[in-house]
Design a binder for this molecule. Structure first.
Ligand SMILES: [Zn+2]
Length: 315
């Protein structure tokens, strides 16, 4: 066999076993979206059509099985209510399976996720220069805000809050809410799933539910014991509610600096079969199932999404 021909066959065989895992958060149109978490329903429908056209729509449980075409797995992080009301009907219409990583302790929480509360606070606060205070380890850190645009303020305050314990983040938000006399609950369109909504979502044939910790803490900054506790508890809570095994996990935030070796040990010990990061790349049979790479999807139209699929395949 000629070398060039053999190499092309090897390349085809390799590409067939490549799996692109996509990471979405919310499917919503015409809403405030300071952290770029929303994909418009029209764009999401176009994405799913493109996936069905060019790839093999799959689930995380399919990764080790042979495939005729390169696979795509569609995942959602956090467990927003619009995953049921908006994303599911589109996924069902297009016949594409979706996996939703749910933050178990946030089910039915009417305040919302802390980043959405932060967005609401900074939008509603008195205009002009101001300060955001963060108390951690007995020290108060002052973050100046209002000198640049709102998006810059979101970014800088979020980066200071992200490493903190969830209780500390809540205190900082409550403090700002009181000082500015503004509401700090997330917008009604950005709330987490309720328990009832989760049950309806999990009852859909195309849906797999995964875990995402109890409170969406950044795991790296916590002790090994604390990590194991929240990872195991999220699995047990969801399994108790759904009366089925929960086999897949996604690390909150998911970047290299957001988890460590103790996190991987805890995920294995808790009994998960796989864990998704947000590290870029594609998975193949040799990929560590506890470090699955994913591609974050933005609010792209059809043409841009198709170009991204092509780019990611070649990356
Ligand atoms: Zn998340």
């Amino acid at each position: 066999m000629q070398l060039a021909h053999r190499n092309s066959l090897v390349r085809i065989a390799t590409q067939r076993d490549v799996t692109l895992i996509l990471c979405y958060h919310r499917i919503a149109g015409d809403v405030e979206d300071p952290f770029h978490l929303c994909v418009h329903p029209k764009n999401f429908a176009a994405h799913l059509e493109e996936i069905a056209r060019w790839r093999e729509p799959s689930t995380l449980s399919d990764l080790s099985r042979p495939s005729r075409r390169p696979r795509v797995v569609v995942t959602f992080d956090d467990g927003y209510s619009d995953n049921l009301s908006v994303a599911l009907p589109i996924a069902e219409e297009k016949g594409i399976p979706i996996t939703i990583f749910v933050t178990s302790g946030m089910l039915g929480d009417t305040n919302g996720f802390w980043w959405d509360r932060l967005g609401a606070l900074l939008r509603a606060r008195p205009k002009g220069p101001g300060e955001f205070f963060v108390e951690t380890g007995g020290r108060t850190r002052t973050i100046p805000i209002g000198a640049r645009d709102l998006r810059a303020d979101f970014g800088v305050v979020r980066s200071h809050l992200l490493p903190l314990a969830v209780g500390e983040i809540g205190c900082a938000l409550d403090d700002a809410s009181e000082r500015w006399s503004v509401n700090s609950t997330a917008p009604p369109d950005a709330l987490p799933l309720t328990r009832d909504e989760l049950l309806r979502l999990a009852g859909a044939e195309l849906v797999t539910i995964g875990a995402h910790t109890v409170d969406h803490v950044r795991l790296r900054d916590r002790s090994g014991e604390e990590q194991l506790q929240t990872i195991t508890a999220s699995k047990k809570e969801l399994e108790g509610l759904l009366d089925r095994r929960v086999c897949h996990f996604a690390y909150p935030f998911g970047r290299r600096e957001d988890f460590d070796d103790e996190t991987l040990d805890a995920v294995r010990l808790a009994g998960f079969e796989s864990a998704c990061t947000t590290l870029p790349g594609s998975a193949d049979p040799a990929t560590d199932p506890y470090r699955l790479p994913r591609r974050l999807v933005m609010n792209w139209g059809r043409t841009r999404f198709r170009a991204q699929l092509q780019r990611w395949r070649l990356a």
